[in-house]
Write a protein that binds this ligand. Structure first.
Ligand code: CDP
Length: 293
């Protein structure tokens, strides 16, 4: 169940002398779209039914608010904390997490497998027409499918990082990916991370974050990540490659990496993962509460 809602609702549950199990049961019923009257009769002892008139009003207001299903855009350079934060935040909010970078990576892998250089735009266009990239959502970790084959692990390799940046400067690639991303996120209730989510993919997103951290800290994180995967890497090399990729991503003509004007900038250099998630969560809660009043 949605954390924001439970937190808010349990305060009222206490003030209305409902147990938290009763409160949860009611919210679960409302969320499952059951008839309110039926849930109340089943859940509450008759003597406390009067307490429900207030809860009913409040819960419905909150349901509407949560059901607005925001689109939350998180952009930023490599290893700035976007994906880890987005994943955890999505779990906390009951939202779907979508990683737009994974799609560019899958596209780069398709070109690599077909032996096509990123400069060979004719052949690349042919590939684009025939590839099927999809993300299978799961709260425990999304799976990325390229032509129905699971490429989740392969696309995280370093050769694909560089290739995905090369390939993502091309218009046909971007057009295909952006169309797919818009389709995936159109119903809302999603957190999508990338480079151009707040500026191009969802310029009307309800909340936009731009996460940054120093290049040194980001390279340190990336090295740690590689080490944890059993692939220790040289810090200097990682730093250099990351800076090159950042430069290419932020200076390209199409959809360059840059903060949307209405984005909230979060510097994660000295924040722990828990702190990052908390900072974003507080912004989302504030926005939901504001929308509710
Ligand atoms: O995980 P990391 O931040 O290293 O990269 P990623 O988000 O997986 O993205 C890989 C590459 O795809 C980036 O370097 C960008 O060039 C490109 N990309 C993009 O152009 N637009 C996006 N919305 C997401 C990624």
């Amino acid at each position: 169940m949605n954390d924001v809602l439970v937190k808010h609702f349990s305060c009222h549950a206490i003030s209305c002398l409902l147990t938290s199990t009763e409160a949860s049961e009611i919210m679960r019923g409302i969320f499952a779209g059951k008839m309110l009257q039926t849930i109340i009769w089943r859940t509450l002892p008759k003597k406390r039914l009067t307490a429900f008139s207030y809860i009913k009003f409040d819960a419905m207001k909150w349901k509407n608010c949560i059901m607005k299903k925001f689109i939350i855009a998180i952009d930023g350079p490599a290893s700035s904390g976007k994906s880890t934060t987005a994943k955890l935040l999505a779990k906390k909010l009951g939202y779907v997490y979508l990683d737009s970078g994974a799609m560019y990576r899958a596209c780069a892998l398709a070109a690599l497998q077909a032996g096509i250089e990123h400069s060979d735009t004719d052949n690349l266009n042919k590939i684009l027409e025939n590839i099927d990239i999809s993300i299978e959502y799961s709260p425990d970790g999304n799976r990325v499918l390229l032509n129905n084959i699971d490429v989740t692990t392969r696309i995280r390799e370093e050769d694909i990082s560089r290739l995905s940046s090369d390939i993502s400067v091309l218009r046909p690639v971007r057009e295909k990916m952006v169309a797919l991303q818009r389709k995936m996120g159109e119903k809302g209730g999603v957190i999508m991370d990338g480079r151009d989510i707040g500026t191009v993919v969802f310029p009307n997103a309800e909340l936009k974050f731009f996460m940054i951290a120093t290049a040194e800290e980001r390279a340190r994180r990336r090295c740690e990540e590689l080490q944890n995967k059993g692939k220790p890497a040289c810090y200097e090399t990682v730093l250099k490659e990351m800076q090159e990729r950042d430069l290419q991503d932020s200076t390209r003509a199409l959809a360059p990496l840059k903060p949307a004007e209405d984005s909230i900038c979060i510097d994660t250099t000295s924040l722990s993962i828990e702190e990052q998630v908390e900072v974003l969560y507080n912004y989302v809660s504030a926005k939901l509460t504001k929308g509710n009043n």
